[in-house]
Every structure is written in C-alpha cells, then in structure tokens.
Design a protein around this ligand. Structure first.
Ligand SMILES: [Fe+2]
Length: 521
C-alpha cells in the first residue's frame, strides 16, 4: 500500500487545475481520490492501458465536480519505482467522470511492469501488469483466468481473492461486469443502491458501486484484463438497437445505450480508439471485438455478441428480449441471413482465423456455444438469446474454423451462470461428426441460476458434445496453455454469500494440442 495523505483540502476550485504543476502537486485530499482502485488492460507486445477513475466522494469533497484534474501516471521495472520507465500527465475530465486512460506505448515485450497514479498529494496503490511476447516469439506458458457475471447483490467477490492466489498472467472478463437491476429481495445479501439504471449518472454510480469492492480492486491491480461485455452493461437481453426486457422501457433506447457504452469506457482499461466515434458523438457504436497474439502460443479473441446481432427470434407473447422457444414453431429460426456477431465482425473474425499461425486460438465470447435442449421430455425448448437462437450463424462460425484450418480453437464463455464443458462439433446434429474445438463456458462470480445440477445432467445426457456441467457453484476458471497441451481448472467458492469463503477445485480438464477433444482429469 502506498502512502496516502488524507488531509483536509484547504481550498479547491476550478482555478486549481490551471495552477502550475508544482503547486497542484501539494494539494491534499480529505477523501482518497483513488477509492475505485486502479487497473491495466488491453495488453499488446509493447503497450498497455493504465486506468483509474477519481472517486466521486473525493472529487465532491474537494469541490472539483466540474474541473479537469491533473493526474500523473508512472510505470516502472520495480515495485518501489526506483527504475521508472515512463511517466506522464493526463487530465481527468468531468465529461468522462474523471476517468484516466493512459495508453502507454514503447514498452519492452514479454515483461512485467509496475504502475501507479498520483493526484495532488494522493498516491494510488501500486499495480502490476505485463506486456505480451511479440507475435513471432516462442512463449512457453500462458495462464488465463476467465470470469463473468458479478451481480453485486447476489454475493461477495471472494472468487477474486482466490483468483489472485492463482497468479495468472491475464484475466479475460466475458460480460455482465455489472447489472442494471435494482436491489432484488430476497436474493440480495448486500445492498444495491440507485434503483433501475438507465442514465449516464446511473451507470457511472453502478460501476462505482461494483468497483468499490476490495477483492475486485486487488485482482485488477494484479494483472492486465481483456474485457468484453454482454447485455447487463446496458439492459437484460437487449439486441443491437432493440431494447431488452428489464425494468420500465425508456423513451430513447439508443440514448440509454450510448450512455451505457460511455460508462463502460469510463470504467474499463480499454483503448480510446475503440470508443472514439461514440465519445465524439459521431456514432452510436463502439468496437469491443478484437484480438491479440501471445507469441506463437496463442491468439486471444474477444467477441461482442450484443451490439451487432439480429433481434431474438420468436420470443414468446411478442415480448422484447429472449425466451425459450420450440424451433419447430418459429419460421425464421433457421433463416441463413440471421446473425449474432453481425456481418462486419463475422468477416473480421474469418479473416483473422485465415491468417492465424498460433498453436492455440482462444475465443472469449458471451455464452454457451453448443446446443442445449431444455425440454428433456421429448419436445424442443431452446434459449433464443444465445447461439441456439442463431443456428445458421453458429454453423458459419464452425465452418469458418474448419475452412481456415484454425488450430486448436478454445472457446471461453459466460452469461449463463453455469459451467458447461464440451467439444465443438462440425455438425451438432451428428454426434459422430468431427470435433473441431473445445469449449469452457464458465459459471458466474456471484450471479444466480435457477437450473439445478439434476436438470443439467438430464440435458447433458442428451447432448454428448458436453462432457461436464455444474450449476451449483460460483467461481471462475483458470486455463493454462503450453505448446503441447492445455489444462483448465474450474475453481468454486464454497459460499458466495460469505465474504471470507474458501474455495475448492471443482474439476480439471486436459486438451492435447492437435486433438480438439477435452478430457476430464
Ligand atoms: Fe449474467
């Protein structure tokens, strides 16, 4: 922990920000401006984004609500900042909720760094980050934690304390970082403030609530994160420009979506370029999909299955959002034109697959990939909100992996709050068809599910492309990748409603490079 000077601020005004740096540097704070923690993310072989947001309580106490506030960042080889590599000053602007994104370039590849922020007399905690090996470099090992779905009220973030102990190189966060819901009794065990979230201020305060958690802050400070989103960062089950189904409808859904997307930028270690046209008012869209190579070992892709999708097909009773559907009653279910990723993202992904030369191809997405018929009595009932509701798009993605001879595809998913582990098949209608990859859909950090292990076991029995499932546990997964094999460990917290919960290993899996076949250990 760094020194913090929490002295009463003598005088604070907009004029402060125009004072010379030496004078500003002496300003003290009555409330820690780094109360929301720090983070790093979007790593490449020579660059990383350093993030913080000055907390509203500190800003308000200092009377700086409408002022741009100068913040210094430093990145060093050592934890004590004896060997500073680079530093710079940025202005945390009220128009971006006093968030800071320092996109540090020119770093050495495959190297650990330490970073911190300074604002007046306040110094942030110290974070650890790393760059990736260059694309042509030999990399021997990569450890990734994957996680999703952390509804604040449903539990404590003990999972992150146990993730910290895993000493991973990277976190891939796969969506539902926060939820737009109000407190939901009787399921909530800690209070969710702010009611239904629909405005920019609302999204900001909800992110701030989540980011106040010390276990989450510690995990952000421990390694870089690659992040994507799902629906709850805007609204449950929304589909591109179509609203979802939670809470009262708003008059202007696209204004709500723009606000939500901006708040996502303000709270994540992502690059300005991805959100520039949105933040400049030139577009309603942001680019969240992308990929990065970790040496010759792995290509890491993150997909966006919310922003560019077609509307869910045949949702019951004409409601917005998703529902379970019997495909035989839905004329457009198999329409080849329907898309989950959108034409642009599909074309980009196909081109990236075609040029990929890494041993492994790790694809972070938002949901289960393989089919799941929830009707175990002989009928059909599929969720129309995930890949099941877009079967032609799913087949195009499978065909793309096959046609480009993509080596060792590994899908990491979230969204459903349940662990599902299985093989990706060339044709899911033919259980004997070629295995073309593997998938690990993770459980949630805290969010609940109503599916039981008994019900899930019945589904898996009828779908041999899955080899394992678990609905009872909250937690995360750790994927360890080497040039010859991959091992995934599912970690579960004993009780997500206990802030001091211990954790255990739920199951472990092995994939041999070149086999596309996941085995339970
Ligand atoms: Fe979720």
């Amino acid at each position: 922990m760094q020194r913090r000077h929490l002295l009463k601020l003598a005088a604070a005004s907009a004029a402060l920000t125009s004072l010379p740096h030496a004078i500003w540097a002496r300003q003290a704070w009555s409330t820690d401006p780094f109360s929301l923690g720090i983070a790093s993310g979007s790593p490449t072989s020579n660059s990383v984004v350093l993030w913080t947001r000055l907390g509203l309580a500190g800003i308000e106490a200092a009377g700086l609500n409408s002022s741009a506030v100068p913040v210094t960042w430093q990145i060093a080889h050592d934890r004590n900042f004896g060997r500073i590599v680079k530093q710079g000053d940025v202005r945390a602007s009220p128009t971006l909720a006093h968030s800071v994104h320092a996109e540090v370039e020119g770093l050495e590849s495959d190297r650990e760094y330490f970073y911190r922020f300074m604002c007046g007399e306040a110094v942030s905690a110290t974070g650890r980050t790393r760059t990736f090996p260059k694309a042509n470099a030999v990399a021997k090992k990569l450890r990734i934690a994957y996680a999703s779905c952390q509804q604040w009220g449903n539990g404590y973030y003990s999972a992150y304390r146990h993730m910290l102990a895993e000493q991973v190189d990277l976190v891939m966060f796969l969506g539902d970082y926060m939820y737009e819901y109000p407190a939901s009794k009787p399921f909530d065990i800690r209070p969710t403030t702010g009611g239904w979230i629909t405005t920019l201020d609302g999204y900001r305060s909800r992110y701030a609530l989540h980011k106040s958690d010390k276990d989450l802050q510690a995990m952000h400070a421990a390694c870089p994160w690659i992040v994507t989103w799902d629906d709850h960062e805007v609204q449950n089950d929304y589909a591109a420009t179509h609203p979802g189904n939670s809470g009262k409808p708003v008059d202007d859904f696209m204004a709500r979506r723009r606000a939500a997307y901006q708040a996502f930028y303000e709270h994540m270690p992502v690059r300005r370029e991805q959100f520039a046209s949105l933040l400049n008012g030139l577009s309603n869209d942001a680019r969240v999909f992308g990929n990065v190579a970790y040496g010759q070992l792995a290509n890491l892709y993150t997909l966006d299955n919310r922003q560019h999708r077609d509307l869910q097909a045949c949702t019951r009773n004409g409601r917005p959002g998703g529902s379970r559907v019997d495909p035989s009653t839905c004329a457009i279910w198999n329409d080849p034109q329907r898309t989950l990723l959108g034409p642009k993202q599909e074309a980009w992904l196909n081109a990236e697959f075609a040029s990929a030369r890494t041993t492994w191809n790790v694809i972070g997405l938002q949901s289960v990939f393989g089919p799941r018929n929830f009707n175990t009595q002989g009928g059909q009932s599929y969720s129309n909100d995930g890949w099941d509701g877009y079967p032609a798009a799913r087949q195009r993605l499978i065909d793309s992996m096959r046609n480009t001879r993509l080596t060792n595809p590994v899908m990491l998913g979230g969204d459903v709050h349940q662990n599902w582990v299985g093989n990706i098949l060339a044709d899911y209608n033919n259980p004997a068809s070629q295995k073309v990859g593997v998938e690990f859909c993770g459980t949630s950090i805290t969010s609940l599910t109503t599916l039981t292990n008994i019900e899930q076991a019945k589904i898996i029995e009828r779908h041999p492309h899955f080899i394992f499932g678990d609905c009872a546990s909250r937690g995360f997964g750790v994927v360890e990748i080497t040039p010859t094999h991959l091992t995934t460990t599912l970690k579960a917290v004993r009780d997500a409603t206990d802030p001091l919960s211990d954790a255990f290993t739920l199951a472990r899996f092995h994939v041999q490079a070149g086999q596309n076949d996941v085995k339970k250990l």
